[in-house]
Design a binder for this molecule. Structure first.
Ligand code: NDP
Ligand code: GDR
Length: 365
């Protein structure tokens, strides 16, 4: 009898939004999953606690290892020990605005960190066996060159984050060509969920709306309301990551919904799902613009704080996912409306104490 092929995945960034959904998906598919987590003085495993079992229990399929993309020795040691068949490199300093405050660290973790992973695979002698997914990003398109953006659209990164990710993109292409490794860039447009970090604009809005409804805050402070993004659901996108690694040949794919919406629209919809109609006053797109409750202008719900502006902004992202649809059969399943609704309702329930972040995670199982 022939043995079933080993299915061992290693995920960097397993404690993040995407890492948690991907770990769930791979466990469901029968993989043994290893994750690299950073040492922290606080618990940072909240998004995966619901799938973690103590090593002393039976049937354990999820293992966590301390590590960091800035530590080559550690990466070599983990990869040599685990001998993964698939690696998903999701770890990164992923906040675009923060990358302007920490450009060097961002270059190290998001750019050189990827090189460290690839060289660790080679050091472990696994370059002909491992399939590798790199979390590339629509931020590579930066300043608009063409719309919609596809795999052939030229890059024009607009932040230290995007520049670091561009290095990562090309080192993958280079190692693929130089060493024949199975290395795939997923160029993913924004994807969100109730597990999204609260400093990203979508979750900042939905949690801010919930706090206003509960009377804990009066006003939500935001930056550029006119930025447009192609927003999908993280759960749909991690499936696309897995699908890319099931192909016979490595390639690069855009994952997107093909629709774009402004931050302003997201704000309007989220307040709408919370039962509040918002109306904009003052000069559009300036720091003096405000959002008030319709019929109650004294209630100022949104103000602009220029602290949230970026030194260089990405104005418009809209992806063309045709290649992913045709070659790997992937399609985004969640509409913009359903995404905003799910996130807003989750945060409203949370503020009422009806669910915790942990409950949301159990719900999705
Ligand atoms: P998150 O910010 O939620 O998660 C990032 C993860 O990376 C966390 O687990 C974090 O650990 C870990 N991490 C940060 N720095 C390091 C480091 N130096 N070494 C090892 N791990 C590190 O991001 P998402 O889940 O949203 O995104 C996953 C990946 O996809 C990222 O690379 C991001 O840049 C990219 N991406 C995301 C998109 C999106 O819309 N979500 C779109 C396109 C690309 P800790 O929990 O300790 O902070
Ligand atoms: P982004 O996501 O930069 O696209 O990167 P973010 O949600 O931070 O910003 C989206 C747009 O909203 C505007 N904006 C604000 N943003 C934040 N964070 N806070 C605010 O108060 C605010 N007000 C307006 C921003 O200027 C921007 O235009 C995300 C990350 O997940 C990256 O890791 C990933 O690569 C890309 O998506 C695709």
């Amino acid at each position: 009898m022939t043995e079933a092929p080993r299915k061992v995945a290693l995920i960097t960034g397993i404690t993040g939004q995407d890492g948690s959904y991907l770990a769930e998906l791979l466990l469901e598919k029968g993989y043994t999953v290893h994750g690299i987590m950073r040492r922290s003085s606080c618990f940072n495993t909240g998004r995966i606690d619901h799938i973690y079992r103590d090593r002393h229990e039976t049937g354990v399929k999820l293992y966590l290892h301390y590590g960091d993309l800035c530590d080559a020795t550690n990466l070599i040691s983990i990869i040599s020990t685990v001998k993964p068949t698939e690696i998903y490199n999701l770890g990164a300093m992923s906040h675009v605005k923060v990358s302007f405050d920490m450009p060097e660290y961002t270059a190290d973790a998001d750019g050189v960190g990827v090189l460290r992973m690839l060289d660790a695979i080679r050091a472990a002698g696994l370059e002909k066996e491992v399939k590798f997914y790199q979390a590339s990003t629509s931020e590579l398109y930066g300043k608009v060159q063409e719309i919609p953006q596809s795999e052939t659209t030229p890059f024009y990164p607009r932040s230290p984050y995007a520049v670091a990710k561009q290095y990562a993109f090309w080192i993958l292409v280079n190692y693929r060509e130089a060493y024949g490794m199975f290395l795939t860039n997923g160029i993913l447009f924004n994807h969100e969920s109730p597990r999204r970090g609260r400093t990203f604009v979508t979750r900042k809005i939905t949690s801010g709306v919930a706090r206003i409804v509960a009377g804990l805050d009066k006003t939500l402070y935001l930056g550029n309301l006119d930025a447009k993004r192609d927003w999908g659901h993280a759960r749909d996108y991690v499936e696309g990551m897995w699908m890319m690694l099931q192909q016979d040949e490595p390639d690069d794919f855009v994952l997107a919904t093909g629709e774009t919406h402004s931050v302003r629209e997201f704000v309007e919809k989220s307040f709408g799902y919370a039962g509040i109609k918002i109306q904009w006053k003052g000069p559009t797109g300036t720091v003096d613009e405000i959002g008030v409750e319709e019929g109650n202008e004294d209630r100022v719900l949104v103000k602009i704080d220029p602290r949230y502006f970026r030194p260089t902004e990405v104005d418009l992202l809209i992806g063309d996912p045709t290649k992913a649809k045709n070659k790997i059969g992937w399609e985004s399943k969640t509409s913009f409306e359903d995404l905003v609704k799910e996130m807003t309702e989750h945060d409203l329930k949370m503020i009422r104490g009806e669910v915790t972040d942990m409950d949301e995670m159990k719900d999705t199982k």
